[in-house]
Design a protein around this ligand. Structure first.
Ligand code: NDP
Length: 482
């Protein structure tokens, strides 16, 4: 079983210093054991005001750093993150209860890469030049000022980095409000940025719940908010931010489809479907929770998935041989288990899983068996609503158009996948799927240069890639009469 760190007190980080709050502390629970591993002190409105004032002051100097000077600091931060990979991964596990092997090889490297990517990107940014009759004009990109990130609990390291790296590279100050359930890893990111030479006040942490989240939205001196969270939260962020006309990026939920055609590489498709559902215990917004399988291979495909799912080892996230860790909280586990029963009541069958489990050494953690639901149809709640746990719904289709229409028949549009060896079909189907991201013969691959984000109720705006750089700055035109 995991050796826990001594109890930590997570205080908001303002101007490089932890600040004591008079508000009642919230328990931070390790999802794999149910133990309290930290106390979080929620920030007050006055603390937020102080953080924004510090950020506003720090940003003025940061904005006039040459891009290369900003880039050097951010590259140094990436190098320090690589050195601290194991410690960051350990904190990510304590935060989320996900596998250490995942955190070490995916979450932390992907956060780290964002710093290298956006450091490099800012040094290449140029403007436009135009020549008019008796005049010239040019454009430049200017930072927005103070930007805030509000994070979900499933990828705290990645969320902290994917939002702060482009914000800082573009010359902004950044304030992070992590989820109250995952407050730990952000502090190590802050330490690393300070060690890399980032001036104080440019990366600050404000702890708390939706109450301080609302205050961030309503703050007149915050220019932009990037949220990763649920659809209802996205709507709240928009309405709370309307009065101050903030720029907003929303990375929201999903109900992604994976289309498995009978001409696929069978073994690859089976493994991809499992990974696209059980990675991070299914707590991934883009997960392919609707697996559409062509009728001619459906029985064989389901049998192969069930066999593999039943062999998956679920338990202590720190153990090297474990393949699925804990869910974030007891309340969330109960919600996911309820969805299984809702599915059964609607006529779905549990092909495997569907139950809570109590792995040895982690008996009080929030664990669930990898679950595959069959006999599903498109109108069931389990195939329409985001469950956000290790529950796959299998749907059977007859032909390509049927699969495309049904895959698109959702209010979400975050991810989609196509498993086929027919090149023409791969491109045709990818083109027809209404989704921010489509993967062919893989799923959830997210290099930093690839835009990531959704359409429809999955939100708007993108993370990663040069598109994100533009979302943290605005264009300024200068017209010069000669
Ligand atoms: P929530 O929407 O509940 O919370 C997200 C963040 O918003 C938390 O920090 C939360 O604070 C804060 N918050 C909640 N209400 C408000 C409010 N009114 N004003 C300001 N801030 C608020 O999401 P979860 O943390 O439960 O994460 C799961 C959701 O995130 C899923 O729907 C998932 O799909 C989505 N997600 C989307 C991703 C994407 O990239 N598209 C990636 C990962 C997750 P508190 O600390 O109180 O919770």
């Amino acid at each position: 079983m995991t050796t826990l760190n001594p109890m930590q007190i997570c205080q908001s980080l303002i101007g490089g210093k932890p600040v004591t709050s008079p508000l009642r502390a919230i328990d931070k629970i390790y999802p794999a054991t149910g133990e309290i591993v930290a106390k979080i002190e929620p920030a007050t409105q006055e603390m937020l005001d102080e953080a924004v004032a510090v950020a506003t002051f720090a940003q003025r100097s940061w904005a006039v750093y040459e891009p290369l000077a900003r880039a050097r600091i951010l590259h140094r931060a990436a190098a320090l993150m690589r050195e601290a990979n194991e410690e960051l991964a350990h904190l990510e596990v304590l935060d989320v209860g996900k596998l250490y092997t995942e955190a070490k090889t995916a979450d932390v490297p992907s956060g780290t890469d964002a710093f290298d990517f956006f450091a490099a990107a800012i040094t290449t940014q140029t403007g436009d030049f135009n020549k008019w009759d008796g005049a010239i004009s040019y454009t430049s990109r200017v930072p927005l000022g103070v930007c805030a990130g509000i994070g979900a609990w499933n990828y705290p390291m990645q969320i902290a980095c994917w939002k702060s790296a482009p914000a800082l590279a573009a010359g902004n100050a950044f304030i992070l409000k992590p989820s109250e359930m995952t407050p730990l890893v952000a502090h190590k990111v802050a330490d690393i940025l300070a060690d890399a030479g980032l001036p104080s006040g440019l990366f600050q942490i404000i702890h708390g719940t939706d109450e301080i989240g609302r205050a961030i939205c309503e703050h007149p001196s915050i220019a932009k908010i990037s949220l990763t969270g649920g659809v209802d939260t996205g709507k709240m962020i928009m309405s709370q931010s309307a009065n101050t006309l903030k720029k907003i990026t929303l990375e929201l939920g999903g109900k992604s489809a994976l289309l498995v055609f009978d001409d696929c590489n069978f073994d690859l498709a089976v493994q991809t479907a499992l990974d696209a559902n059980f990675y991070t215990a299914g707590e991934v917004c883009s997960n392919a929770t609707r697996v559409f399988v062509q009728r001619s291979i459906a029985d064989k495909f389901i049998a192969a998935m069930v066999k593999k799912a039943e062999n998956m080892v679920v338990g202590d996230p720190m153990a090297a041989d474990v393949q699925m860790g804990a869910l974030i909280s007891a309340a969330h586990l109960s919600k996911v288990l309820d969805y299984v029963q809702i599915g059964v009541a609607e006529g779905a069958k549990i092909a495997t899983g569907g139950i809570q489990i109590h792995p040895q050494g982690c008996e009080n953690g929030n664990f669930m068996a990898p679950t595959i639901m069959t006999n599903c149809h498109d109108t069931m709640r389990i195939t329409r609503e985001e469950i956000f746990g290790p529950v796959m719904s299998v749907l059977v289709f007859d032909d390509e158009q049927d699969a495309i229409d049904r895959a698109n028949s959702t209010e979400f549009g975050l991810g989609a996948g196509v498993m086929t060896t027919d090149l023409a079909r791969a491109h045709r189907v990818a083109d027809a799927l209404v989704s921010g991201n489509v993967w062919v013969n893989s799923f959830n691959i997210l290099p930093p240069g690839l835009p990531f984000g959704g359409t429809k109720k999955s939100g708007f705006g993108r993370e990663n890639s040069l598109y994100t750089m533009d979302a943290y700055s605005e264009v300024k035109s200068v017209h010069v009469t000669l």
